[in-house]
Each structure stands twice: as C-alpha cells, then as structure tokens.
Unconditional design. Structure first.
Length: 355
C-alpha cells in the first residue's frame, strides 16, 4: 500500500516535501558509469517526496557567486524519503560537471520546482509498455518502470536501452535486479559495440526493434534520449503503422543550437530590446535568444535548456525568432507571442518581455 493510500485509509492528510520549504541534502553518491552519478537526497523536513514518475527537479546551484538553474530528471520512486537524480557529465556542461566534481554528502541544494508533462501519470497508457532510452535518457523512464512494477505485477514492461558499450550502461545493476524480481520486466540492451557480451549490437532500426520487442505495436511507448536518437526512433515507429496516440517522448538535448537553425547570417548583429528593463543588447543573428540574454547577464531562469520545462518563457513583442519547441507553452501563450528562449533563434531585431 502506498503512503498516500495509507494516509487516506487512516483519514490523515499525508504531508510531502515542498521544494520552497527546505533544501535537498545530499546523502549519497552512486557512481553509475565513469561519467554518470546518481545523487541521493533527503530533506531537512524529513518528509517523503511526491512527484509523477518521469518528472524533473529544477535545482539552483551557486557557482563562483552566480546562480544557475538546471533541470534534472528524477530516477527514484515517488512517496519515498529519498529523491534520486541521475546526472551525466556533459562536454562543456558547466553545472552538470560542477555537481559531479564538487557535490559531496552533507551539502545542500535549493530546488525551485518539480514538474514535467512527460510522466506515466498524465500520459495515458496500457499495461503493456515499451520504454526506449539512450544515454542519460534512461533516467525518467527508470523512475516510471520502478514505480509501475512496484504498484502492480500486471505491468508488462519491455525496456530497451541503447548505449555505447558494456561500460556505459547506466542502471545496469538495477535492470538486472528488476528482471529477477519481476518476471514481467524484460530488459533489452542495444550496444554500438557489444564486444565481450552477448547483447545486440548496432543502431536502432525497424528490424532491430522487431527483433528485440516483436510486439512493440501493442505497447504504449515512452522514449527519452538525445534528439537524433529520438527522431530516428519516432520515424521508425511511424513508418511501422504504430498507433502514435500511444507514443510519448522527451528530450534533454538542447532544442536549438546557436548559428545552426534557420537561415539567418551568424555574422549579422541584431538588437534585442527589453523595454521594461530599459535594456538594448547586441547579439548575433542565428544565436538563441537564451544565449544572447545570458551573454548580456540578463536575469533569466533556464532550467532544462531543452524546450521542456518552460522556465525560460519570454514574450516577443516585435521582431522575428524561429522556435524549434513550444513544449510547456499553452496554446493561448503561443497565440500571445510567448516563446521559449532556449529554443528560439534570433532572425531580426527583436523586442521582448521577460515572463
Ligand atoms: S530552459 Fe526549459 S524550456 Fe527553456
């Protein structure tokens, strides 16, 4: 029985940790691979953590006197006394790398929120599921798998994880444990280099998917990984007469790359005006709105930097940007001119309002 169910039956209201009431306290670091660490937190209020499996926590980290906001997916199960975030080192990734290099047990971290639409509560699904992940994209779907298996033995889960090789499998031990404990949990690995193993080798393709999960068309599909991987998987299942109403995806790879989107000229300077702050800034056409604002030290929160969390929402009141993601924006907000700064490329002089 879950904590919430117990509370309901006894008539007591279960209290849960509130991100604004107390910081997270790191209890333990678990090395997953050479470049990935799971951080296990409790909180000073000693309350259980409530969230929907698949969601992310937005942390505020102070580095050299500057506050950075970043979103990290939760890999643990809700309603427990511990919250686990799994973080991978990223080339040039200031905050992820700082956490891996510096955060030690006993240290505290502030959190602004727990959120995310990619979760196994709000995304309607059947009892037969297929999780497909690559790299650190395994984190939110591992939370979903753990939670669903704990809740009911009716869930039949095929979990296909793609990794470079046997040394780069995040949650390798947990996958084996879940398979031992739950006969309906079927882990599958697809490795780019399967040397010294009996796992499948190669890249994701329709024949490979049919080999590893022959009944994938009968399963609700949750997908998370780098953008190119996600695009390949989506196109494979779309071409295979899969029912896309059962398809859910999330990506934490930057949604717009500076100077790589749209047709703007990266050598051309454009002006960004922020009338309410009385600011006029110069930026390269082709850079993201987020980069331009951060380079000029305009205060903006950008937690996921991937067009997912909505924290970098801005309103365009004049000028043109090209957006690669409108995730986390309502239809009304889009109609009013709101965009996600991390996912919007500057195409011309632009006037904005910070949300
Ligand atoms: S930083 Fe999360 S949507 Fe832009």
């Amino acid at each position: 029985m879950s904590i919430a169910e117990s509370a309901n039956r006894s008539g007591a209201e279960q209290a849960y940790w509130n991100p604004s009431s107390s910081p997270l306290i790191l209890q333990q670091r678990l090395n997953q691979t050479a470049d990935t660490v799971s951080f296990v937190f409790t909180n000073a209020d000693k309350l259980p953590f409530q969230f929907k499996p698949g969601q992310f926590a937005t942390l505020t980290i102070n580095i050299d006197g500057k506050a950075y906001h970043r979103a990290y997916s939760i890999s643990s199960v809700p309603e427990q006394q511990q919250l686990q975030l799994t973080i991978k080192r990223v080339p040039g990734g200031l905050v992820s790398n700082w956490l891996i290099d510096n955060l030690l047990p006993g240290q505290q971290i502030n959190t602004t929120s727990i959120a995310g639409e990619f979760n196994s509560v709000d995304c309607a699904h059947g009892n037969k599921l297929l999780f497909i992940s690559a790299g650190c994209g395994i984190t939110p779907v591992m939370s979903m798998a753990r939670t669903l298996l704990q809740a009911s033995s009716d869930h039949d889960i095929c979990f296909l994880h793609c990794a470079r090789d046997m040394n780069n499998i995040i949650f390798a031990k947990e996958m084996k444990q879940l398979a031992t404990q739950h006969p309906t949990f079927k882990p599958r690995l697809l490795l780019e280099d399967a040397a010294n193993s009996t796992e499948a080798e190669g890249l994701i393709s329709l024949p490979m998917l049919e080999q590893l999960c022959p009944d994938f068309r009968q399963r609700s599909l949750f997908l998370c990984g780098p953008t190119g991987f996600m695009e390949a998987c989506k196109s494979i299942v779309e071409s295979a007469a899969y029912d896309m109403s059962q398809f859910y995806q999330e990506s934490f790879t930057p949604a717009a790359n500076d100077s790589q989107r749209g047709n703007s000229d990266a050598d051309t300077l454009v002006q960004i005006s922020v009338p309410k702050l009385k600011l006029k800034l110069a930026a390269n056409a082709g850079s993201t709105l987020l980069t331009a604002l951060e380079d000029n030290e305009v205060p903006i929160i950008a937690a996921c930097r991937s067009g997912v969390c909505g924290s970098c929402k801005c309103k365009i009141t004049a000028g043109e940007v090209v957006s690669t993601s409108q995730g986390a924006l309502s239809n009304e907000e889009v109609a009013q001119g709101f965009v996600l700064a991390c996912s919007s490329t500057l195409m011309s002089d632009t006037e904005i309002e910070l949300a």
